[in-house]
Design a protein around this ligand. Sequence first.
Ligand code: MN
Length: 372
Amino acid sequence: MKILHFSDTHLGYSDLDILNDENINQREADFYDAFSQVIEQIKIIKPDYIIHTGDLFHRSSPSNRAITFALEQIKVIEELNIPFILIAGNHSTPRTNLSSPILKIFENFKNIHVSYKQEYKKVLFDDVVFHTLPHMNDDSKALQQIELCEKNIDKKKKNIMMMHCSVGAGYLMQEFGEWVYPRDKEYIFEMMDYVALGHWHGFGHVGKHTNVYYSGSTERTSLNDKRNSKGFVLIDLKNKLDVQYKEIKIRPIVLKEIHCEYYENSIQNIDSTDTKDAIVEVRLTHLTALQSIDIQNSEIKKLFPEAMSVSIKREFKKGVNEAEVNGVEALSLQEFFLEHLKQDSKTQEYDRLKDKVQELFAQYEEVTDDTL
Ligand SMILES: [Mn+2]
């Protein structure tokens, strides 16, 4: 029995204010692309079941485009005649009873089984039971539902548990309404053939449990997520559990460092060959205050002409330079500005600019003088 497990597809997520040729946010399009890659693999692998452990959409009220995309993809799966079981995660669960859960739109498909009602639901087949525990806002209710799940284990069939939670505190995402699975109920995992988890965005098994896996997300919802490997899990339950991680192709995130003590040398030797279409993050390190004024972001961006985006972080030199920075702060803004002009201009030019600067600063001080 082959089961394809994927999760945290966050359809509708967008970031970075960059549009693609079709006027769609490039990062939003990246998430659709990642999802499509999994669907393409499903067509090739033809698993017996497909499971998704939550956060199909990034928001509980997704955009029209995200909903349309999801419906198109679901229709492809429906036509393959492979049962697809989905649960709601914290991102797709409304926080109040006033709004209707988005996963309800998949209720009328023959092969699609959705679990979003904040309660335990079992999805039964001839050879396997899927025990689904979608995201629940209420922890004490969640405990009852876990107990209900335990009672429904069917020893004559394969048992698969599906949840969207952190097992222990180690898999928290620092988000709203996260659900932590209770430690004293982890023994239930041993009665399952496989426990499919969603919420944590990296692939891996959980602690000592060799049958409990996060498939990870299919894209990164934060640039703090530096993982360059995303994908899905293919499980084979024929004899003993066999878990294979399958990678998909995502836009790389590439980290670069420019050591500013040797600035000219650093930028001459920078390797940009691995930055085509990438999200590039540059750290300018060992900066002095004056250097920081001189180095323009646009100048750094030019070093990576083929990158999709370049973000720049500035890190100042420690120790000796702290005194320098403090010294800079002790100068008035006018003095600091003149010092900068002096370094950059010829004597004659400087004298002319100095008069102008003093004049402008005088005007500014007049206007902002509270005593007047
Ligand atoms: Mn997620």
